[in-house]
Design a protein around this ligand. Structure first.
Ligand code: ATP
Ligand code: MG
Length: 316
């Protein structure tokens, strides 16, 4: 054992041995309730005091097993993630778990670290420390952006990035095409399965009537839907959507909430948004980030009534 481990063991040993008001009760019958007889025996049975460090090891193994089990069942698992930029902690010991099939809304004031969190999940930014696992056991910190996208994590950035000089339908076809060349995708014989997929995506994204429209001529909201459609074409298991309703009309915002709820029936979704009407319409669990960590989590009512959250928003 190295000196530091020995020191750590010694510290833990000491901490366990010291009588403390809030110390964990020892295993077995509580000494106060027992009647020590002679040299430590209770009711005639030999008294065996567990070695304090054995208890530490046992607890650690149980905790690790519990954590492993929990992680295996999760879709996204962030634990103790930290990322600094020039000494400033944009993400600070962030822990967050998204279950398979879940849609989660992430809120938080400007600069809370919401986009940086997505950068870390998608491999755009490497964390300084902490764990980031996808589908239980894929360590995302060991993969680059392209590999992570191909594993089934799709991302929509704040600004829509559609091919303006192509029609809505061709934008979706190009996204379905995957590794084929752009020209190859456009002249490719439309097979039945591909046509069906395009129809479904057009319907989901409310763009069926706009299929022949050049993307450049769509409204801002429709461009956002088209980009969501282009993500869907890749059939990601998890969609990360950053501020989808910024700049949308009220009607488009309401429609986007419905659209994402439909998508969430078949995909997991993490959606960052400031618009609280929209977050309420999503009707999902909410995580509020602040200064790179989770400030509050739960239903929107619980989070928005949390004094810590109120202080952060009112204090801006
Ligand atoms: N590449 C970078 N270099 C330096 N600082 C950065 C970088 N990326 C993010 N930051 C800083 O990290 C902090 C978190 O930024 P981030 O964009 O993640 O916040 P956000 O929660 O997405 O905010 P908003 O709601 O305004 O989009 C900010 O203070 C930002 O300036
Ligand atoms: Mg952001």
């Amino acid at each position: 054992m190295s000196d530091s481990i020995i020191q750590k063991v010694a510290d833990e040993f000491r901490a366990l041995s010291e009588p403390q008001g809030n110390a964990r009760p020892p295993a077995g019958p509580a000494p106060a309730a027992a009647e020590p007889v002679g040299n430590g025996a209770v009711h005639g049975e030999p008294f065996v005091s567990p070695h304090p460090y054995a208890t530490v090891l046992h607890d650690r193994r149980l905790a690790a097993e519990a954590q492993g089990l929990a992680r295996r069942d999760t879709l996204l698992y962030l634990n103790g993630v930290t990322k600094s930029f020039d000494g400033f902690k944009a993400i600070n010991n962030l822990s967050l778990v998204i279950q398979k099939g879940e849609m989660r809304a992430i809120i938080g004031p400007n600069g809370a670290g919401k986009t940086t969190m997505m950068d870390i999940i998608t491999g755009k930014t490497r964390p300084d420390k902490g764990e980031v696992f996808f589908a239980g056991d894929v360590d995302l910190t060991h993969h680059d952006e392209a590999a992570i996208a191909s594993m089934g994590i799709g991302r929509k950035f704040q600004k829509p990035t559609v091919f303006e000089s192509h029609t809505v339908e061709d934008n979706i076809r190009l996204s379905l095409a995957g590794p084929r060349s752009v020209l190859g995708a456009l002249v490719h014989r439309k097979d039945r399965a591909e046509r069906d997929r395009i129809e479904t995506i057009l319907e989901t994204t409310r763009l069926t009537a706009r299929r022949k429209t050049y993307a450049a001529n769509l409204s801002h909201g429709q461009k956002q839907w088209l980009e969501i459609g282009m993500l869907l074409a890749q059939d990601p298991e998890l969609l990360l959507v950053d501020e989808p309703v910024a700049g949308m009309t009220d009607a488009e915002t309401e429609e986007t909430a419905r659209l994402l709820r439909e998508i969430a029936q078949h995909h997991s979704v993490v959606v960052v948004e400031h618009d609280m009407h929209f977050v309420r319409a999503l009707g999902v669990k909410v995580t509020c980030l602040h200064e790179g960590s989770v400030l509050s989590e739960g239903t929107l009512d619980k989070v928005s009534n949390d004094p810590k959250v109120i202080e952060v928003y009112l204090g801006r």
